[in-house]
Ligand binder design. Structure first.
Ligand code: KIV
Length: 266
């Protein structure tokens, strides 16, 4: 399903059906996500950390995002796919932001872009892109491209003034024409309050159960990210142990001569 208004319906809260989003960076996983019926795939710039092994998302380039988005599009041709604009591809000027978003849409064939923040320049960019015909998903709370300002991955919106700022950013993003907003790492009571105050669906990660949908990073969700155990994360598979177990079995079978057997030989 690639109709933005069907995947992310505007209107009364709570939404009729919670929206499921997972990140994805390659063809094979995209095919599994589509075949399994996830509502939306996010080609997140988290790929810088979980795919490339970088310490933050900051080094990711626009061309790298497009490379991964193309692979995901091939694996999930019928699923709504959102692509992150990476650090410094949209913050320098309105014109550069439009060009970056347009390049992603032209070259990847995906359905929408997402970028972080809720300041006046970001709202202007959302407004402009909507008018051009590029659907935008917003992202507030802990915005990882600003990790150096936050001083780490800390919960946002605890202090009264931050709370008020987040509420006003969400309203601004919605008014500017975004179809949805991601809330990352904010208290669940605040997420509920903001979610109920905007007409567009909200997607949470570390923001409690009251948002209209949830997103998780695929490798975290599959338990492949060894040692990564933030409170908000539930792992739905013991991926690291399962893959490691398979590799150990392979090593053993090659070494003891039981693989390849006659059934694998020509
Ligand atoms: O880049 C990403 O994967 C994200 C999600 C964590 C929401 O922005």
């Amino acid at each position: 399903m690639r109709d933005v208004s069907k995947v992310f319906p505007r209107g009364p809260k709570p939404v009729e059906k919670k929206i499921t989003v997972l990140t994805c960076y390659d063809f094979m996983f995209a095919r599994i996500l589509e075949d399994s019926g996830v509502d939306c795939i996010l080609v997140g710039d988290t790929l810088g950390v979980v795919y490339q092994g970088q310490p933050t998302t900051l080094p990711v380039t626009l061309d790298e995002m497009i490379y991964h988005a193309k692979a995901v599009r091939r694996g999930a041709p019928n699923t709504f796919v959102v692509v992150d604009l990476p650090f410094l591809s949209y913050q320098v000027s309105l014109e550069e932001g439009i060009r970056s978003a347009g390049k992603v849409m032209k070259e990847s064939g995906c359905d929408a872009v997402k970028f972080e923040g809720g300041g006046p320049e970001i709202l202007e960019l959302i407004y402009k892109l909507e008018r051009i015909g590029i659907p935008v998903m917003g992202h507030i709370g802990l915005t990882p491209q600003s990790v150096n300002v936050f001083g780490g991955h800390k919960i946002q919106g605890k202090a009264e003034q931050d709370k008020a700022r987040l509420i006003s950013e969400a309203k601004g993003i919605s008014d500017a024409g975004a179809f949805s907003i991601v809330f990352e790492l904010i208290p669940s009571t605040l997420a509920k309050e903001i979610s109920e105050s905007v007409p567009i669906p909200t997607i949470g990660i570390g923001a409690g159960a009251a948002t209209d949908g949830q997103v998780l990073v695929i490798y975290d969700f599959l338990g492949l990210n060894k040692g990564f155990k933030p409170k908000f994360l539930k792992t739905f598979l013991n991926g690291y142990d399962d893959v490691s177990g398979a590799v150990k079995n392979y090593i053993q079978e090659v070494r003891n001569g039981s693989f390849p057997g006659p059934e694998h030989s020509h």
